[in-house]
Design a binder for this molecule. Structure first.
Ligand SMILES: Nc1ncnc2c1ncn2[C@@H]1O[C@H](COP(=O)(O)OP(=O)(O)OP(=O)(O)O)[C@@H](O)[C@H]1O
Ligand SMILES: [Mg+2]
Length: 372
């Protein structure tokens, strides 16, 4: 488990720091041994920081922004990514006969399919088959009781592999946070907790079937929703003109998962999105292609140049550029009175709806302030 890993790392750090102190008092002291001890301290600290990063990115992924969406389309969209990460050893097949609408967060659904596929890959080191199937089932009273669900119609996403399978002891614990049978470098034990969290938040349920040596199937049940139709559109507040979101946004964020989520959200909303993992990379990109930027959405605190300096640099070339900062360090900054929440600042983790609304609001304000 992760707490265990952390304690181990701390024990290593404490132990080798004490040893380094002892060595430093030796007369004459052994520089080589001292440096070795410090090296162990550094490695253990780096390893702890890696663990910490994984927990944080896991909790960020838990921001839930559900929409009624077609699972068929969402699942089909994962194909290019999965075939890339699974490699040629794994024979990947999708069976998606028909549309099925459910209440899901699209970014999380994608992440869930990825987690299941990565687990399958890990269970098939020699290669094998991975089948991703979407079906619909109607559960009558009896069927519903057997599945611990309400009576009704469900979309069932089944992910099956021909891998190592699990014994009964493992099977009992798979959904527990931080349960893993993998080495610390390979698994944190959070993948399936995330998948379960997603299904639960959609009002569904997850099941696992596994036979040692034969393979494993995960089944995700989502209550079906009616296809969002014309009547839903008329409910939009009339005062709010529909935007076409044609503008170009530059996203600067060093956390790859978060960057992918933000980029995808803005693209879905219709914006053209460029992204860079650091302020330096962003400046290089802008210098190279000179894009007609309308807004930059940047992390405030990044290794290297920070978001504020980046914004100042970009504004020299694009005086009308709108700037929206995002950060997890909000409270410190508010204390310094530098930023106004809800104006040009987004606190991480943010929901997709808030993100899109804030970007639109800034761009609308700019349009109003532009003469002509
Ligand atoms: N398809 C599978 N086949 C065999 N065992 C599996 C499968 N999926 C999950 N498991 C078992 O369940 C454990 C927990 O899975 P989970 O995805 O939660 O964590 P992880 O893969 O170990 O780490 P992480 O996903 O955080 O990198 C795995 O360590 C593995 O033992
Ligand atoms: Mg996993």
């Amino acid at each position: 488990g992760i707490a265990h890993d952390f304690n181990n790392m701390l024990a290593v750090i404490i132990g080798f720091t004490e040893r380094a102190q002892d060595l430093a008092y030796d007369q004459p002291f052994d520089r080589k041994q001292l440096l070795e001890s410090l090296d162990h301290v550094l490695k253990a600290a780096e390893r702890s920081s890696d663990l910490c990063r994984r927990i944080l990115s896991f909790s960020r992924r838990q921001v839930f922004d559900p929409q009624v969406l077609d699972l068929k389309a969402l699942v089909a969209d994962t194909e290019p990514m999965l075939s890339r990460v699974l490699g040629e050893q794994v024979d990947l097949t999708y069976v998606l006969p028909r549309q099925a609408y459910a209440l899901v967060d699209p970014a999380q659904l994608e992440q869930a399919v990825l987690n299941l596929a990565l687990n399958a890959r890990d269970a098939m080191p020699q290669g094998g088959k991975l089948l991703i199937e979407l079906k619909t089932v109607d559960l009558d009273e009896e069927g519903a009781r057997a599945h611990h669900l309400e009576q009704g119609s469900y979309a069932v996403l089944a992910v099956s592999d021909t891998g190592a399978g699990m014994d009964a002891v493992t099977l009992k614990q798979v959904f527990e946070p931080f349960f893993t049978t993998k080495s610390a470098a390979r698994g944190t034990g959070l993948g399936l907790s995330m998948v379960k969290g997603l299904v639960k938040q959609s009002g569904g349920h997850i099941y696992v079937y596994s036979e040692p040596g034969l393979g494993t199937t995960f089944k995700l049940y989502f209550p079906r929703q009616p296809e969002p139709g014309a009547e839903a559109l008329t409910l939009l507040p009339l005062a709010q003109p529909r935007r076409d979101n044609h503008e170009m946004v530059l996203v600067v964020e060093d956390e790859a998962l978060l960057s992918a989520m933000v980029t995808k959200t803005l693209e879905r909303a219709g914006f053209t999105v460029l992204s860079a993992p650091s302020a330096e990379a962003a400046l290089e990109l802008v210098a190279a292609i000179d894009p007609p930027l309308d807004l930059v959405l940047t992390d405030l605190v990044m290794p290297g140049m920070n978001g504020r300096d980046l914004a100042a640099c970009l504004r020299k070339q694009h005086p009308r550029l709108e700037v929206l900062f995002m950060s997890g360090y909000s409270d410190n900054l508010f204390a310094q009175g530098e930023l106004r929440r809800g104006v040009n600042f987004l606190e991480k983790p943010m929901s997709a709806a808030v993100l899109v609304a804030q970007v639109q609001q800034l761009l609308d304000r700019r349009a109003r302030n532009t003469p002509g």
